[in-house]
Design a protein around this ligand. Sequence first.
Ligand SMILES: [Zn+2]
Length: 380
Amino acid sequence: MSRGPQTVLRGQLVGPGGVVPGELRFGERLEAVTPLEGAPDDLYLLPGFVDTHVHGGGGGDTMDGPGGIRTLARLHARHGTTTLLPTTITAPWEQVLAALRGVREVMNAGGVPGGADVPGAHLEGPFISPGRLGAQPPHTLEPTLGRVAEVLATDTLRAVTLAPEVPGGREAALAFARAGVRVGIGHTRADADPVTALLEALHAAGGRTCATHLFNAMGGIEGRVPGPAGALLADSHACAEVILDGLHVHPTVFRLARAAAQGRVLLVTDAMRAAGLGDGESELGGQPVTVRGGRATLADGTLAGSVLTMDQALRNAVAAGVPLPGASVMASTAPAASVGLKDRGRLEVGLRADVVVLDRALQVRAVYVAGRPVELTARA
Ligand SMILES: [Zn+2]
């Protein structure tokens, strides 16, 4: 097997411990990560972003099948995302299965040329609360063990979002956890205590756990009513997805999450089809969506996912006071770890050469997916 051409990049290396001048050498994998005095101080080199919750972008949606997945993977790659989990929406069962088979088809084809890597899918719904749909259409289903087996059989799932209080929810959560799937608690009306008990059971089974878009589609925290958000933040293992677009969570709530869940906050986009397309009319799960001023809403005003990209989420985290190394952990290191991807999320020799180059204003200057440069100027 040929090693292929080697790329050399110099700039400020961003790692969990800080920022140091240095040099990267890589083919498909990182071959050298070396401190280097005098490296350019106007370029930052970061591990590629990992988005574990993204429905669409560039006009494509996970529910469209392989074509839509390729479109969204290319759009988000231009914004620094080198790994993503195409995310399904609550829909009739056959459509959910078809979407997962579409993800499998993309994976079998060896990925998306010019796009982010697709190592699996995120199943968001239909196993959620009919009383906390958010922008999900009302096609909820109970997670019978038969249905759980059916989605696991697609051999795509790395993450799932479910409401533990729906009939069969606890058993399904444990089955997913035992299969190595990150269990996200979300779109839920559960009380705090059963969530705490479930998290403990999932951890005891060796499972990975998370809050799906913390504070969105779940109750808030009150002194005597901590709700699922309180239970998830108080847990010492569960990660917490945050949609940091300036619309879904208040900056103070983001700071609270960061303080409570040090190292466990993940930036996600929850982006929909219209991400990267500007204002206009779009669609989510068969429902009309209007995007105006970067705000995507259903006809009744409900926020319909976002048009966020990971580079903007990172800039928003920094603007909210997170030092760049911490923001990079939220955008890459923590999300990769949260779904068991050990071969990425850090700039270390031997890992995939997934690299984002940012300028001083944290704008994307170059992106490499497994060492291959992404064409930044391509249209969706
Ligand atoms: Zn979502």
